[in-house]
Design a protein around this ligand. Sequence first.
Ligand code: PMP
Length: 353
Amino acid sequence: MSRFLNQCYQSLEAYTPGEQPRDMRYIKLNTNESPYPPAPSVVEAMTREQVELLRLYSDPTARTLKEKLAKLYDVEPENVFLSNGSDEVLNFAFMAFGGKEAVFPDISYGFYEVYGGLYGIDYEKIPLKADFSVDYRDYCGKGKLVVIANPNAPTGMSIPVWQIEQIVKSNPESVVLIDEAYVDFGGQTALPLIQKYDNLLVTRTFSKSRCLAGGRLGYAFADSRLIADLEKIKFSTNPYNINRLTLRLGEATVDAEDYYREKCREIIRTRNWTAEKLQELGFQVLPSQTNFLFAGTPKMDGMALYLELKNRGILVRHFGNPRIDRFNRITIGTPEQMAAFIDTVKEVLYEKL
Ligand code: PMP
């Protein structure tokens, strides 16, 4: 740290992203990316002409992509916000709506805490129940920025939309942010509720179900006045927040919806197969509505299993939090990758017994 850093950032703890190794070819099941490439039509959209157009700035209103998303999800373009990954819309939302206080579960996406720290927000972390589920009643009537990932990460579990509605309804004076990064893998969306409540913000991403993590494209839905607030923050920080190529890829992605739906179905099938195999091996596997599993075995410490797998060329994600140190988060890959994963887990377990 230099002596110039503003005092308010000196104790800030930055987010630690999952490993992105460059030294060895791993089966990479650690950052919830899709194992599948973007649709062929998306790859073809990346033409020489598009690259040459990079001499021009991107459209700061991102109108074409907003219109396509609005049509796909049956809302107005004024209900749509676009961001550089959904991390950016989370960042803007904490900046815009965090006020003094926020609340989120103790075990959830680590960035919530980082943004809370970044903006000096007094945040409360509510423990998940013993079975790792969210009790919606804990978030009713809080009068703070409420942030819930639904489905949650890293647990993979979700709550039904009627419970989300109770939270939104009971906090009319504060924003309720529902992070739906993983909703396409089986969760229930809160999107229709934006027509009824002006305090609901639903965030989404192209990084998981739309195979575009490296493109950095996120989006959000809300009442047009909340979206206007986010636009104000964006135009006060980085108006060209999404680069031209990514906007073009995003448009082609929305046009290839059928391809992505099929890939989600495939990932769900592979997830269910993997969960069954892990259970046969004695693992506790939390019920997942996402593209990952959260699982642990009484036979072995979570960190030890993570390291054994890594030594054998398979990367999963282990979190330091003592409440979940028995568990690892395992991204769902292709059927072949998951078969290799299961074989390797067996090898490790039998070797240790
Ligand atoms: N929300 C949750 C719950 C996540 O797990 C992630 C991915 N790490 C994000 C948001 C952010 O994803 P991205 O910035 O790639 O859209």
